[in-house]
Design a protein around this ligand. Structure first.
Ligand SMILES: Nc1ncnc2c1ncn2[C@@H]1O[C@H](COP(=O)(O)OP(=O)(O)O)[C@@H](O)[C@H]1O
Ligand SMILES: [Mg+2]
Length: 1008
């Protein structure tokens, strides 16, 4: 159902074929292969065809395209499956596994690497160092495992010679936190022998071609692989593999993973030991078996850190315990060679398992507590050897093919059988689809007592001479009637089977003829105890630790070790159990040709694989079946937000009804079947669309929750603000009130105070009341002034007015306005200014005379003055200013009035800004009067302020204007002539006096 790819590339999902037939299947597969589309779905199974060329479809950009997407959103890809497995694990907290199957060279290992890469690329978005470290380990471990477990075969330059199942553990956030690798049945026969055109494990060639000379020298080996019997065949092969570079990469990887220097050295020593072992030859001298090239023994001794004689003895003798006696039995040359090969194989196998174990020690999840860190989930990736049919098939092929039968059985169980059974159980109408169930072949191999493994084990247990033929006879006896077993004895006409050597199994994947030669031996897998002790007693602790069973003394009765077949069977059963409890995802790999060609699509070859992988049945079941099923409650839990009937909770009688309602609402009813406990969805498109709607709704729900929460926060904040405001207001009111109260308190009794509260200190107002305080002060000041004025006599009132007028006119222009003293005004009337009683009396007399004559109401001012006369002479005079006239008088003649100026003639007065008492009265007729007040007591009293103020006040009361100038020099007119009066301080001047100057007059005042 994959979209986004046009039909010219064929159908992206085999489920979409018009007719499910082998022809159409093959046509589509071929078309897609030729168009460079190597992946095709069958529902959720990926069918992959090995492209045998670099494909530009695994980059970062492609990873991004698949990340977090649903399976059907993008063209088929391994990444989509990896993502689906990852999503299932994350969404549903389920352990998942990806099972990669296919024959050797079909692309399983490559696929598993791309899957790992993808998982590494999409996890750990926060770049946590610990997770990065784990990911790095997981990826690096692959490189080491391939060096020791892979080899070039005729089918595949990098063929895995072991089965691998890797668990990756994830924390609740979906980041990898560790892993575990299980390895299965290493093809150890390769250590001593390879077919024409094949090589031993990469590790040897890497060591010889990549190791520095110093290392090679210390191992006593030379660069040339053909010098070593065990790898000679492969040493002659030219290949594209760069062993030298790989050596360094592997050494680095081992270091990164955490192998110690000693460990790495031991690994090299073991490889070198095996190479040397292969070159050992045995001879016979009389009845003594001996080692022909004894020099090698001391090299081996050195590499194994043991005693030389021990090495030799272990190679030539075998210790046997009979009852209480321990005897040493010498090997024949043939037995010695057998023992040597067994040692080489066992050492290599042990080394490989030890490497896997070390990697596991390091990558295993540590310090994880599910209660603290949440559930730890797993994705398993199984990359195991595919079905093999060789020219000559032996015990290994038998095991490998049995393994594939087991996996096929699992596939059938999970995908075909279980599915159909589930439909029946759920009461979904279903037409049974036929498929070949290979359980019968699995049973043929592993059944207790009757199975081939049982027969083999029985044969091995027989005492006395046990041969492979005896085993074959046993098979023929027990399995004669089995439909999938035959041999020459059972079908004598079949010339393809050799008498007493071959048997044939009809595997689900095809017929395979096995030769029994070596079965017994390989099953017993004996390594003489002496070797185990030899290695255990090594002084190299790493090597010693690999051989713990060497600790047992010779006489200790040991249980017969489990046979290779039983061990393998047990490991397979465990593996299948492990896989069966996980949610499986499948990658089915197909090998398009035998010649590693990117162009060749061998029809027959591929058809055969499609057949034995059961892909057609897979399509049929898939088409007839349902892509997705889920129990009603869980389905609702996931999708209930899509429908108004189910969100947030439904009120229908059952979850089933609710799901029905939801599906009807979405218009998916036609694509859905309702089972007893589960809902079944036929096409992934529907599921996809449900997911889409869910995502959309979840966003809205999240928005809604955000909205509610934001509202709550805002309301909380508002309430707090309101409260603060209330507090603020109360506080302000309190401040204002207490201020007012305080003002009230302080000013309460001002009326009765002497100064009417002038001395009272104003309290500091709160900020808001500053304006108010100003106003209040001004009200108070007015009140205070009014209260003062209210109590004044008319005389006093006049004086106050005069002072105010003086202040207004002169303030800031003249110092000492005399405001602080009482203004007497009429200074000549009494004995002010040193007047005698007589002079005062004469003045009073004159004054009364004038009052009578001129009818004035009031004397404004009187004082002695110095005056300029018409002839520019200064003379002593007195002035009397009434409300009508200004009189000049002669003090020397009892104040005889001399001349008067009507006040209405006076237009202004000028005074100087100095301390002098100069006054110029300006008149309308330009006959200004220039005088200087004098004779004051005290002498320095200034009366200018008083004079100006009194005049101004009087003029104001008559609503007339009086011009007051404060200037120096003063401009004036004397009898119509303009002149200036300048004030000049003079030393030695005792009294102020006038003198003539060019432009007028100078008032000389005492100066210093
Ligand atoms: N996806 C792929 N892209 C390119 N080449 C591939 C791909 N898959 C496999 N191959 C080629 O096929 C060879 C064998 O693949 P491999 O995965 O080792 O097979 P298997 O593990 O099934 O035996 C690889 O070495 C590589 O050259
Ligand atoms: Mg492989």
């Amino acid at each position: 159902m994959a979209e986004h790819e046009s039909l010219e590339y064929g159908k992206a999902d085999f489920v979409l074929l018009d007719n499910v037939s082998m022809e159409e299947f093959m046509t589509n597969l071929k078309l897609r292969f030729e168009k460079g589309r190597i992946y095709t779905y069958i529902g959720e199974v990926v069918v992959s065809v090995n492209p045998y060329r670099a494909m530009n479809i695994y980059g970062r950009d492609i990873v991004e395209q698949y990340k977090g997407r649903e399976l059907y959103e993008r063209p088929p890809h391994l990444f989509a499956i990896a993502d689906a497995a990852y999503k299932a694990m994350k969404r549903r907290n389920k352990d998942t596994c990806i099972v990669i199957s296919g024959e050797s060279g079909a692309g399983k290992t490559e696929a598993s690497k791309y899957i790992m890469q993808y998982i590494a690329a999409i996890t750990n978005p926060n770049q946590r160092a610990e997770v990065e470290r784990v990911k790095n380990m997981l990826l690096k471990s692959n490189c080491v495992l391939e060096a020791f477990g892979n080899a070039k075969t005729n089918r595949n330059d990098n063929s895995s010679r072991f089965g691998k199942y890797m668990d990756i553990n994830f924390d609740f956030k979906g980041d990898p936190i560790g892993g575990h690798i299980s390895n299965y049945l290493l093809e150890k026969s390769r250590v001593i022998f390879q077919q024409e055109g094949e090589r031993s494990f990469h590790s040897y060639y890497q060591l010889l071609r990549g190791a520095p000379d110093s290392l090679l020298r210390s191992l006593h080996i030379k660069k040339d692989p053909t010098a070593y019997n065990y790898i000679k065949v492969g040493g002659q092969i030219k290949s594209s593999i760069n062993d030298g570079a790989d050596f360094k990469a592997v050494a680095d990887a081992m270091k990164v993973i955490g192998f110690t220097g000693d460990e790495i050295q031991t690994v090299y020593k073991i490889l070198a030991t095996i190479l040397h072992l292969g070159n050992l030859t045995f001879g016979v001298d009389g009845d003594v078996t001996l080692i022909e090239n004894t020099k090698l023994v001391s090299v081996i001794r050195e590499l194994l850190s043991t005693k030389e004689e021990n090495v030799e003895k272990a190679l030539l003798y075998r210790t046997v315990a009979t009852g209480r006696d321990v005897i040493e039995k010498q090997h024949t040359a043939q037995e010695a060679s057998y023992g040597r090969d067994a040692l080489a194989k066992a050492m290599y196998e042990r080394l490989f398992c030890w490497i896997v174990g070390r990697i596991n020690d390091i990558i295993e999840v540590k310090n994880y507590d599910a209660r603290v860190h949440g559930k730890n989930t797993v994705i398993g990736v199984l990359d195991i050897y595919g079905f093999e049919i060789f020219q000559n098939n032996s015990f290994e092929q038998f095991c490998i093919n049995y393994c594939n039968e087991k996996l096929q059985q699992l596939f059938i169980q999970l995908v075909l059988k279980q599915e159909q059974e589930e439909y029946q159980r759920e009461g979904i109408p279903w037409k049974h689809i036929d498929y070949f169930n290979n359980q019968i072949i699995v049973d043929l191999v592993e059944q207790q007592h009757k199975g081939i493994f049982s027969v083999l084990d029985e044969a091995c247990m027989n005492v006395g001479k046990v041969t492979d033929e005896v085993f074959l006879q046993g098979l023929n006896g027990k399995l004669a009637k089995h439909a999938h077993y035959t041999s020459r004895k059972l079908s004598p006409t079949d010339k393809s089977l050799e008498f007493d050597r071959d048997f044939r199994i009809r595997h689900y994947a095809g017929d395979v003829v096995y030769s029994v030669v070596g079965f017994i031996d390989k099953n017993k897998d004996t390594l003489f105890q002496d070797f185990k002790r030899l290695l255990y007693n090594s002084s190299n602790p790493v090597l010693k630790a690999m051989w713990p069973e060497g600790k047992l003394s010779i006489t200790e009765v040991t249980k017969r070790p489990l046979t290779a077949a039983t061990l393998f069977k047990n490991s397979m059963i465990l593996l299948v159990e492990n896989l069966a409890c996980k949610e499986p995802y499948y990658v089915r790999c197909i090998k398009p040709n035998d010649v590693k060609s990117p162009l060749l699509f061998e029809q027959e070859r591929c058809r055969h694989q499609v057949e034995y992988l059961g892909l057609l049945e897979n399509v049929r079941v898939r088409r007839a079946g349902f892509a997705y099923r889920q129990t009603y409650p869980r389905f609702l839990q996931r999708y209930k937000m899509i429908s108004e009937f189910t969100w947030p909770n439904h009120d229908l009688p059952s979850d089933k009804d609710a799901v029905k309602r939801l599906m009807q609402g979405c218009g998916f009813d036609h694509d859905v079947a309702y089972g007893k406990t589960k809902v079944f969805i036929r096409t992934p498109r529907t599921l996809f669309s449900l997911e889409e709607q869910r995502v959309e709704m979840v966003q809205r729900i999240v928005l809604f929750l955000q909205k509610v929460w934001r509202g709550t926060i805002a309301r909380m904040r508002y309430r707090r603000m309101r409260a603060a405001l209330v507090i603020l207001r109360a506080y302000r009111r309190y401040k204002v009130k207490s201020y007012i109260r305080e003002v009230n308190r302080r000013f309460k009794n001002v009326r009765s105070m002497k100064d009417y509260g002038k001395h009272v200190k104003w309290p500091t107002p709160p900020k808001v009341l500053r304006k108010f305080e100003e106003a209040l002060r001004s009200i108070y000041n007015r009140w205070w002034a009014w209260t003062l004025i209210k109590g004044l006599s008319p005389e006093e009132a006049l004086q106050v007015r005069a002072k105010v007028a003086s202040l207004e006119a002169l303030k800031g222009q003249r110092a000492d306005l005399g405001l602080q003293r009482a203004w007497e005004g009429n200074y000549l009337v009494s004995m002010w200014d040193g007047n005698s009683a007589d002079t005062a009396a004469s003045f009073t007399l004159v004054s009364s005379e004038l009052q009578r004559k001129d009818k004035f109401m009031r004397v404004l001012f009187s004082c002695n003055v110095r005056k300029i006369n018409r002839f520019h002479k200064a003379e002593d005079r007195a002035v009397l200013i009434t409300d009508r006239h200004l009189y000049k008088m002669d003090p020397l003649k009892q104040y005889k009035p001399m001349k008067s100026i009507p006040l209405y003639n006076v237009t202004g007065v000028s005074v100087s800004p100095g301390k002098d008492q100069l006054v110029v009265f300006h008149t309308k007729d330009s006959r200004d009067l220039v005088v200087c007040l004098q004779g004051m007591v005290p002498a320095n009293e200034s009366r200018i302020g008083e004079l100006v103020g009194t005049l101004l006040s009087h003029f104001k009361s008559e609503k007339r204007k009086l011009q007051v100038n404060v200037v120096s020099p003063i401009q004036c007119s004397m009898s119509g002539r303009k002149c200036t009066v300048i004030v000049e301080p003079k030393i030695n001047q005792s009294q102020p006096d006038f003198t003539k100057s060019r432009s007028g007059y100078i008032l000389a005042v005492p100066g210093n």
